[in-house]
Design a protein around this ligand. Structure first.
Ligand code: DGL
Length: 263
């Protein structure tokens, strides 16, 4: 069987939170991890420009790596371009990452839920439609964070994060209303699970933090179906950075995830 890889795409290192779950479920698969670091952060982009950028990157990526499936391991991209990607590249399977609003609405006891994402994700019509469709009985607060994705990047590379900065970014997620408190925070950016321990530490009270990584990996596995790679791949998993520039700390981080930086 052809050894076609699974392509994982994000603006930066956030998609690694999805890659680690995908590896557990699909240990015999080969992965190509693509970070559009030249476009990072996606949260502040205007929608038409970001849509065009991702479509044109995918024209190259599909040609270059011929993946069997592509996982858009980024909420900011998925809430914007999934339809456009499927239309532009019919026949190629895409898996997206969208805010886990439905599971949050099913699980909350207080009815107070927050969705923590990039400014781009929280302003998307797609996100608002998810709330209308699945969480109309809850009070959902959308919290756009300008800095958390960058804090996660720095933390993973340098091993340091300013806890006060994390506290300030997550503080608006916590609501108290009629004797009830927020009990679920949806992590609607794939970078954030890297900071979840710091979030737990700096949160004013304990909540459930929903990380959709495993569900996304399961979706990819189900689309690949019963088909398995028959031969364990001999080629190493690689990481590609669109800037073409990777510093030592980035290469070391990728190595820690079993990825060799290409280019
Ligand atoms: N990891 C991305 C997401 O899931 C966003 C990070 C960014 O580019 O701001 O939304």
């Amino acid at each position: 069987m052809a050894d076609r890889p699974i392509l994982m795409f994000d603006s930066g290192i956030g998609g690694l939170t999805v890659l680690r779950e995908a590896r557990v479920l699909m240990p015999d698969r080969r992965f190509v991890y693509v970070a559009d670091d030249a476009g990072f952060p996606y949260g502040a982009w205007e929608e038409p420009a970001l849509r065009e950028r991702i479509l044109s990157l995918f024209a190259d990526l599909l040609e270059r790596f011929d993946p069997e499936i592509s996982v858009i391991a980024c909420n900011t991209a998925s809430t914007l371009v999934m339809d456009a990607l499927r239309q532009r590249f019919p026949g190629h399977p895409f898996v997206g990452t969208v805010p886990a609003i439905k599971p949050a609405a099913e699980r909350t006891r207080s009815g107070l839920v927050s969705v923590l994402g990039t400014p781009g994700t929280v302003k998307r019509q797609y996100t608002r439609d998810l709330i209308r469709q699945w969480a109309s009985k809850c009070h959902v607060r959308l919290v756009g964070s300008g800095n958390l994705a960058q804090l996660a990047e720095t933390y993973m590379r340098d091993g340091f994060v300013d806890e006060e900065a994390v506290r300030a970014e997550i503080a608006p997620c916590f609501m108290e209303q009629d004797g009830q408190r927020t009990d679920i925070v949806v992590l609607a950016c794939t970078h954030y699970p890297f900071l979840v321990n710091r979030m737990r530490k700096t949160a004013p009270w304990p909540v459930d933090w929903i990380d959709p990584a495993e569900a996304i990996a399961r979706r990819a596995l189900s689309l690949l179906g019963a088909q398995r790679a028959t031969v364990l791949s001999e080629r190493a998993d690689i990481a590609v950075f669109t800037s073409g520039k990777t510093e030592f700390t980035t290469r070391r981080l990728m190595q820690g995830f079993g990825l060799t930086v290409q280019g």
